[in-house]
Design a protein around this ligand. Structure first.
Ligand code: ZN
Ligand code: ZN
Ligand code: ZN
Length: 1031
């Protein structure tokens, strides 16, 4: 304690460039005492005997860092250039980055790398001598001295850095001599004022030369603060006011200026000097680091006061730039080099996390200069993250922090509304969201009860954030006048982007464990239900079509408020497919009772959102300006779609799997505001209205195609993630051959910023080397062309027509017909298998027939070629489904009767027609010449399905009668058939179990809508079907 005191007295008068003397007068004697011998010889000995296994090199801003895409556990794991050059990773796929400063080299961290954690330089034994040296032992005497010296040094540093008095020193540092009236006017750095602005302010305030002002400004930027004027208290005070006055303007706060006594300034400077001295010392020995960390963490017994290191980090946002740098480097060189102490530091960090983040959000320095930026170093270490979740509830703490900083954006409905937000401030909030990402980046392999509880607690807390987002920034269609100002939309969409991978990670974590998934589902379901209460006051209304009745609460997207933000619904959809994927869905009723489930409410909001998109396409919202257009764009864009658009489609599939198919379609028609369009239309001359209807019908048909046909989601069908990526790439390359970068840009990135492209690209494409100029491109392999689906749900309108054009051209060149029917989709998982019932239900038949009839009769304008294409696509899907089912199971078990429904008359009227007849007529419509080949393909399919039905019923007759006709190869046919039957039976039993659960849910839906089902029965019955087939 006395050491700094004595020397500080001699320090006082000397300042500025006389730092050299510190070395001689303080540090040298200090080191002599500490080491018990000449510091230079001692340190050299230490240096030789042991380099740490961790590199720990701290990056400066702009320095190049390397990360291995094959081996890094996550993209935050980086190497310095030296280590990289000496590592195995230089022969792997790697990424180079320019550091923003503040990170450090992860060489030697076994948790950061799947392979090759050590470079040749840091490999133990690589430096010649054996392992015993790697943990270099200090002798007892030096350790003893360190234990005595470090506390004093650390206390001095802490005291001086957090010293707030401008005029006085701490008592024990005051020297008896007269206190001189010598002060400095000190100017501090911030990140708001530009260089030029500071220079200008200084010139005006101090009347100094340009050169001098520039000198000051450069030093301020570098060191963080600088004395710009020395003198008596009063004159410094005056200068302070002047600088403040000149630097302030409408948009900016004044510069931060303080008047400090020379002694205070001197001690603070010396404290920093001691900090970097310690920093250097840390690199020599693990013992030094451990002693240092112990002292920093030591808490006063019985006192509530934070330990030294916590005091410092809590003060971080108040420190000037130079001091922060010293502090952070010291943390790097001590705590972060010793795993055990890194953990203890992380615990302290999380303990004060909330206040640290709040300080940061109000701070005027960049994130790299904030202690909060250290989070990435701790949260991304898997074992550490797990420990922090289990013992410190870090997920809950982070989400609660968000809940505490975000309320300033809440509106009267407790939903976020970011109108008039400050970009800078919100960027700081994103940092907290990032921390959530870091904590979740590696999934635990082993779940303890405690981990499960803590995670679930965090998840529930996270749901509260999503609750504030569910339905936020509602919009209403503008009628009459154009809106005056485009509302802010970027903030909400940006948050959505930030959250995308976090949402996915939460879902993945939940899916690790059956119990957890179900409990999470229950919580999420509850949260969705709580948000789905608006509009409850409205009376239900009823409407009829095709003998079916829908009862629902009136709501119109075109007149009522609607929101594009539904993260709760989408999270639920994500959990639902995971329930289906893991088979856990069979236990869902234990957690959410069928009465609570209310599938129609779950579907409602995502459906509204899709209708909004349709109405925007129909230009019904053009008076709402560009803001809405942008939102709709991002909703479907690769950056957001996984947790927006895609999940809404899934939610509709969930609805279609659990609701009666006719009711589902009636709900669609009603929400698309198309009920009238499918009734007998009164002829209208209103061209705008006709156009509007046509676009809406197209949009709805397209969504129906997606609901029935899009099954490339693990859980919706039995596909893998690789299958999904392959399909994305195939469809991109069906548009045209593409460069690597173009493909990458169109694929979603996971939490590790990877698209998964490399692992599959060679299966679907061949690389064409570049010609003389230009770049190489990938071309789709021929065998993948059959996967092409014209109505691939991630195509934009332009991509769709380009792809169609390319593929038709190709077929023409090959002298083939131009039909582009859908590829046979993978079979739905049991939980989703009811979705196909949409295809052969009455309302669907009515929709298909109505559109075809309008085209054939050419009487109304309520049809377009695009619409016909979609109808043909749906017909193809129906026939493909029936064909697949017939090939898999015996005819009598196939209840999917698309053929039958499509060949049945629409009504008993004399001029009634069926779909098949309409198709025949369609071939002769001159406007639809381009669709002729597709129509022919479909007619052939009708034929195929018909023959399959006939053949298999014939075969059944033969088999069951045991007739003598069976001989030779026919008996093998029988065997095959028996085998097929056995397999089908096994599959059926497996399905049955899950289906039983699903139908419980469905039954309940029917129960609650009991009345509506009375009318539906008449449409069943099979007798007349056989009649028609034989005709
Ligand atoms: Zn390194
Ligand atoms: Zn290394
Ligand atoms: Zn590697």
């Amino acid at each position: 304690k006395h050491v700094p005191n004595i020397y500080s007295a001699e320090m006082d008068p000397m300042l500025e460039k006389q730092e050299e003397m510190v070395q001689a007068m303080i540090l040298y004697p200090l080191e002599c005492y500490l080491f018990g011998e000449d510091p230079d010889t001692f340190l050299e000995k230490l240096q030789q005997s042991g380099t740490s296994q961790l590199c720990g090199k701290v990056f400066k801003g702009g320095e190049t860092t390397y990360s291995c895409r094959d081996c890094a556990v996550d993209p935050t794991c980086v190497l310095c250039m030296d280590c990289f050059q000496n590592s195995i990773h230089k022969n792997h796929r790697y990424k180079m980055h320019s550091s923003t400063g503040g990170g450090f080299c992860d060489c030697g961290d076994t948790e950061a790398w799947k392979a090759g954690p050590l470079c040749a330089k840091h490999e133990p034994g690589a430096s010649g001598t054996a392992k015993e040296n790697s943990e270099c032992q200090l002798n007892e005497e030096v350790m003893e001295h360190s234990r005595r010296v470090f506390p004093a040094v650390i206390k001095y540093i802490v005291d001086m850095l957090i010293w707030e008095e401008e005029k006085e020193l701490p008592l024990e540092l005051r020297i008896s001599r007269e206190k001189a009236d010598n002060y400095y006017c000190v100017l501090f750095n911030d990140e708001h004022h530009s260089y030029d602005h500071v220079i200008y302010s200084l010139q005006r305030a101090l009347g100094c030369e340009l050169g001098e002002a520039q000198l000051h400004t450069t030093a301020i930027d570098k060191e963080g603060r600088r004395a710009v004027k020395a003198g008596h208290y009063a004159s410094c005070q005056e200068a302070k006011e002047e600088i403040k006055r000149h630097s302030e303007n409408v948009s900016q706060r004044p510069l931060h200026v303080e008047v400090l006594h020379v002694d205070v300034m001197a001690h603070q400077k010396f404290a920093l000097r001691l900090g970097s001295w310690l920093n250097k010392l840390m690199s020599y020995s693990s013992d030094f680091r451990q002693i240092f960390c112990q002292i920093c963490l030591k808490e006063d017994a019985g006192s509530e006061k934070p330990c030294f290191i916590s005091k410092l980090i809590l003060w971080d946002a108040k420190l000037h730039k130079g001091a922060r740098k010293v502090l952070h480097e010291l943390i790097f060189s001590s705590f972060f080099m010793e795993m055990e102490y890194k953990k203890l530091f992380a615990v302290e960090f999380v303990k004060y996390y909330k206040s640290l983040q709040k300080e940061y959000i109000n701070d005027d320095h960049d994130r790299v200069l904030s202690v909060t930026a250290l989070s990435v170093q701790m949260f991304t270490v898997p074992t550490l993250a797990r420990h922090l979740i289990e013992e410190q509830k870090v997920i809950t703490i982070i989400t609660e922090t968000l809940l505490e900083v975000l309320p300033e954006y809440l509106d009267k409905n407790d939903k976020f509304n970011f109108q008039g937000y400050s970009q800078d401030k919100l960027n700081r909030v994103y940092a907290v969201i990032y921390d959530l990402r870091y904590v979740l980046i590696s999934k635990p392999t082993l779940w303890t009860d405690r981990l499960r509880e803590r995670f679930l607690e965090g998840f529930v807390s996270f749901l509260r954030i999503l609750t504030c987002m569910q339905g936020m920034e509602e919009i209403k269609r503008q009628m009459g006048q154009h809106i005056e100002v485009d509302p802010d939309w970027e903030a909400a969409i940006a948050i959505q982007m930030q959250l995308k991978n976090i949402l996915l990670m939460f879902q993945e974590w939940c899916a690790c464990d059956e119990e957890l998934l179900l409990r999470a589902y229950k919580e999420c379901h509850k949260a969705v239900m709580r948000c789905s209460t608006n509009g409850r006051s409205r009376e239900k209304t009823v409407f009829h079509m095709c003998g079916h009745t829908l009862e629902s609460r009136p709501y119109r997207v075109s007149t009522d408020p609607v929101s594009i933000h539904l993260p709760l619904s989408r999270t639920l959809a994500g959990l639902h497919v995971r329930l289906s994927k893991t088979g856990t869905i069979s236990r869902l009723h234990e957690f959410v009772s069928p009465e609570e489930f209310q599938v129609d409410l779950l579907v409602e909001y995502p459906l509204r959102c899709l209708v909004l998109v349709a109405q925007v396409a129909a230009e019904m919202w053009r008076r709402n300006g560009l803001s809405l257009i942008s939102q709709v764009f991002y909703y479907q864009d690769v950056k957001c779609r996984e947790e927006m658009y895609d999940k809404d489609i899934i939610m509709l599939q969930i609805g279609a799997s659990l609701m009666d198919p006719n009711h589902f379609l009636l709900l669609m028609l009603q929400r698309y505001e198309l009920v009238d369009a499918f009734k007998k239309m009164k002829p209208t001359k209103d061209q705008d209205l006709i156009k509007q209807y046509n676009v809406l019908i197209e949009e709805m048909l397209q969504i129906l195609i997606y609901v029935v046909g899009e099954r490339y989601v693990p859980g919706v069908s039995n596909v893998t993630k690789e299958d999904v990526i392959m399909r994305e790439i195939i469809h991109l390359l069906c548009i045209e051959p593409m460069a690597h970068s173009a493909i990458t840009k169109s694929l979603p990135e996971n939490e590790n910023n990877e698209t998964g492209l490399e692992s599959v690209i060679d299966k679907v494409a061949t690389f064409k080397k570049p010609g003389v100029s230009g770049h190489g491109v990938y071309e789709l392999k021929d065998e993948c062309l059959k996967e092409f689906n014209m109505f691939f749900y991630h195509y934009t309108k332009t991509q769709h027509s380009k792809a169609e054009h390319t593929q038709k051209k190709r077929r023409k060149q090959e002298n083939r017909d131009e039909a582009l029917p859908p590829p046979p989709p993978p079979e739905f998982s049991p939980a989703f298998s009811n979705v196909v019932k949409l295809l052969n239900c009455d309302v669907m038949m009515h929709i298909l027939r109505t559109i075809l009839q309008r085209a054939v009769e050419l009487e109304t304008h309520l049809w377009t070629e695009a619409m016909i294409q979609m109808v043909l696509h749906l017909l193809s899907l129906g026939l493909l489904e029936e064909k697949q089912q017939l090939q898999k199971s015996p005819e009598e078990e196939v209840t999917f009767d698309f053929y039958h429904k499509a060949t049945r008359m629409g009504s008993s009227a004399l001029n009634a027609v069926n779909v098949l007849m309409l198709l025949e007529k369609l071939r002769r419509v001159p406007q639809l010449e381009a669709q002729k080949d597709t129509v022919i393909w479909i007619l052939q399919m009708f034929d195929t399905v018909k023959r399959l039905r006939e053949k298999s019923s014939l075969a059944t007759v033969i088999a069951t009668s045991g007739s003598e006709v069976t001989k030779g190869d026919e008996s093998t046919q029988d065997k095959e058939k028996a085998e097929r039957k056995r397999k089908a039976e096994a599959a059926r039993l497996h399905r049955q179990k899950i289906m039983a659960q699903m139908s419980a849910l469905q039954r309940n839906f029917i129960e609650t809508h009991k009345l509506l089902y009375e009318n539906t029965l008449e449409t069943q019955g099979k007798e007349d079907a056989i009649m028609e087939e034989e005709r």
